[in-house]
Design a protein around this ligand. Structure first.
Ligand SMILES: [Zn+2]
Ligand SMILES: [Zn+2]
Ligand SMILES: [Zn+2]
Length: 328
């Protein structure tokens, strides 16, 4: 496998050399006592919260491998590098049939803590420029395992969409000396037509220019660029965030059959190199958030092929419908 960079859009593409993946074994690799369980990297046992243990494991078929150097190289005008990185699975429950939105707030809080701890640890490795957490639920979203899991990847590059956000946030900050996410949130809260729910410091909303019907973002009201730093701090109200994630996913599951959920957090600024210079205002200009992209049973027009998104429902109408849905 190798990574190739599109010289025009600057996005990195993983080019695999295997035509088909190995057939999955009969046992679920993530259920307790599985004979083909992957290596456990970290775990958080049930505390006094009453929640079960959560575990981070090596992905059974990783896209990125931890050994070696990226060995970034030119092929004429092109860029390529090795698929060095990390690919982990976060097993959020020992139970095979309990999804994230069916878990208790204590369990979700524990899952968030372990994810934050893993992101923090991976960022100590200065080869990695970006670390993120994501979850694909449902076959339409490319769900890989039937067990309730999320994934963490650490990459030697910043993914394109995040890079766009980082650059745009930095430009906005240079212009106004304010965080674009804080400004957006303040405006949305003043006239809350696109707000779905607020829970303590956390807000869920349908973004003004949603790319898909019922797209939802979850963000903290208090400015913080880094998710893992926020979660690791003593003052954080983790249960508020857990409750908001649980409610938001319950709402999403009422309107969609599948979804992608992805965490957008600050890039790795442990690097003391030019990268640090490059993102020197990131703590002020960027603001962590979780993006949820639902996939509806009736697929909208595949207009995205033209790189212009088409959504069949405006975010105000989407927020109104999502607000009215019952949560448990
Ligand atoms: Zn299982
Ligand atoms: Zn902010
Ligand atoms: Zn984002």
């Amino acid at each position: 496998m190798e990574l190739r960079k599109d010289p025009i859009t600057r996005s990195w593409v993983i080019v695999a050399d295997d035509l088909e993946k190995p057939a999955p074994a009969g046992y679920c690799p993530f259920c307790p006592g599985s004979p083909n369980a992957p290596q456990v990297i970290a775990s958080m046992s049930a505390g006094d919260s009453g929640a079960g243990p959560v575990m981070a494991m090596v992905h059974p078929a990783p896209l990125y491998r931890i050994e070696g150097e990226p060995h970034r190289r030119a092929e004429g005008i092109y860029d390529a590098m090795n698929t060095v990185g990390a690919h982990e699975v976060v097993v959020q429950s020992v139970r095979h049939d309990i999804e994230l939105w069916q878990s208790s707030d204590a369990e979700i809080a524990q899952f968030l803590s372990l994810a934050a701890q893993r992101i923090h640890d991976l960022k100590r490795d200065i080869r990695f420029k970006y670390v993120t957490l994501f979850k694909n639920y449902g076959s339409a979203a490319g769900q890989e395992f039937s067990h309730p899991v999320s994934e963490i990847t650490a990459t030697t590059f910043v993914p394109r969409r995040v890079l766009y956000e980082l650059r745009a946030s930095r430009d906005y900050y240079y212009d106004k000396e304010r965080c674009v996410f804080c400004d957006t949130l303040n405006q949305e809260l003043r006239n809350p037509v696109r707000i779905v729910e607020t829970h303590g410091n956390y807000v869920s909303l349908c973004p003004f220019a949603s790319r898909l019907p019922y797209e939802i973002w979850i963000m903290p009201r208090r400015h913080e660029a880094s998710f893992e730093r926020a979660i690791g701090s003593k003052t954080v109200q983790l249960h508020d965030l857990a409750a908001l994630i649980r409610h938001t996913l319950q709402r999403v599951m009422s309107v969609a059959e599948a979804f992608h959920m992805v965490l957008h957090t600050a890039p790795n600024t442990y690097q003391k190199s030019n990268i640090l210079q490059y993102w020197k205002t990131v703590d002020e200009d960027y603001h962590w958030h979780i993006e949820i992209l639902p996939i509806l049973a009736t697929r909208p027009k595949p207009y995205f092929l033209k790189e212009v998104y088409y959504t069949s429902i405006a975010s105000e109408a989407a927020a109104e419908r999502l607000r009215k849905l019952e949560t448990r």
